[in-house]
Write a protein that binds this ligand. Structure first.
Ligand code: GMT
Length: 375
């Protein structure tokens, strides 16, 4: 099949899923074309089946905002026409589903048919998409996609609750390519470079936006390290970085935290980790939690959005109400205080992550493509 993928190329779950999907499709012999404004950060597989088409937006002094959707839909038309693409798989509704709809109409005028698959990822529905400023256009482009998928049952319910949707929504969960999580030996994973022998390692990975409640991570870690000697690895950059750094300084724990910035090697960093904390206000799925579990790390998370579909209470970790940092710290200490218990939770986390393996999930997308193409 010839598939065009439109996504955000930056650090963030939807771009990661889109890139991993594109690379996996290419490995299976499909021709994949990424159409976006920058090379996606996780695109690390070179193949003659993978193409990248940059969307370039010309700066013009008259514009206060650059018309990205216009440039994107023009680029989609150009690429679909040039490479005879059959499917456009757009990740994140805003503005990708809308640009795809426009491109489809322009192509129709030329007698060219392309099918549009829209995958909703979360904030395009819950935080931004349902805002009155965008709702009409988002609803329209979802209803005019040929296929709509969400990454969890929870996001499907949110979409149906927040919009007037006339289409069937298919749930296709996010996935993990376990080939990228090979067995790492103790020698390769040099824990001693980060922590003392008696210390546990706690991790949080996010883009440090308010929805992630990174300040709760600091609070939870503060409470954990009072009982369990530990270090905190903080991976990612974002607007709350300064706030949490100040908070850690005020609490006197700055020397126990490593701020690692953005990384596209989270699989390697996670080998150090004993516990992952994700106290988000909402997560449609929580890919970061799944990545942690794939690296045998139990998860302390909130019970919001799709997190209960990924993290299983008392098995792979624990789920608490949003903002209940006492409960999250208590659960974290419970897991970390016994090596035997920690090992059990690690094994359970890894086993649950396997439900979301590439091998289990990819066929769902391929089936969907074939169905919409009538193949
Ligand atoms: O959560 C983010 O900050 C990034 C965001 C995105 O759109 O890239 O992630 C969303 O999509 C991911 C992949 O499907 C999900 O795992 C995240 O849970 C979801 N984020 C939210 O719902 C807040």
């Amino acid at each position: 099949m010839k598939v065009g993928i439109v996504c955000y190329p930056t650090f963030g779950g939807s771009g990661v899923v889109a890139s991993e999907l594109g690379m996996s499709l290419a490995k299976e012999g499909n021709e994949v074309h990424f159409i976006t404004y920058k090379l996606p950060v996780r695109l690390d597989f070179i193949s003659n089946n993978i193409h990248f088409h940059e969307v370039f937006v010309e700066e013009y002094p008259l514009f206060q905002f650059q018309p990205y959707e216009l440039a994107l839909s023009s680029k989609i038309v150009e690429v679909v026409e040039m490479y005879n693409l059959e499917i456009l798989h757009v990740h994140y509704a805003i503005p990708h589903a809308y640009a795809a709809y426009m491109a489809k109409q322009m192509l129709k005028e030329k007698g060219i048919v392309v099918k549009v698959v829209t995958t909703l990822h979360g904030t395009d529905i819950t935080l931004v998409g349902s805002h009155p400023n965008y709702k009409t256009a988002v609803e329209f482009s979802i209803n005019h996609s040929d296929v709509v998928t969400t990454v969890s049952d929870s996001l499907k319910s949110d979409t149906l609750r927040l919009f007037n949707i006339k289409k069937e929504i298919q749930v296709i969960y996010n996935f993990i390519d376990f080939d990228k999580y090979p067995e790492i030996t103790d020698e390769e994973c040099q824990r001693s470079s980060i922590a003392q022998n008696n210390e546990k390692i706690v991790t949080h990975i996010s883009n440090l936006r308010p929805v992630k409640r990174a300040w709760d991570v600091i609070d939870i870690f503060y409470k954990i390290q009072k009982k369990i000697p530990s270090k905190l690895l903080l991976v990612g950059e974002g607007p709350d970085r300064e706030r949490i750094e100040c908070m850690a300084k005020d609490l006197g724990i700055l020397d126990k935290i490593l701020f690692l910035g953005n990384s596209n090697e989270v699989n390697k960093l996670l080998c150090y980790s004993d516990l992952f904390i994700l106290p988000s206000e909402t997560e449609s799925f929580g890919l970061a939690a799944l990545e942690a579990m794939a690296a045998k790390t139990p998860v302390i998370s909130t019970n919001s959005g799709g997190l209960p579909e990924v993290n299983i209470e008392g098995v792979t970790g624990f789920l608490s109400n949003i903002g209940d940092t006492d409960n999250m710290a208590k659960n974290g200490i419970y897991i970390l205080e016994s090596d035997e218990r920690l090992l059990k939770f690690k094994q359970n986390a890894f086993a649950q992550a396997q439900q979301f393996s590439l091998q289990n999930i990819l066929p769902g997308y391929i089936e969907t493509y074939k169905e919409v193409l009538g193949k």
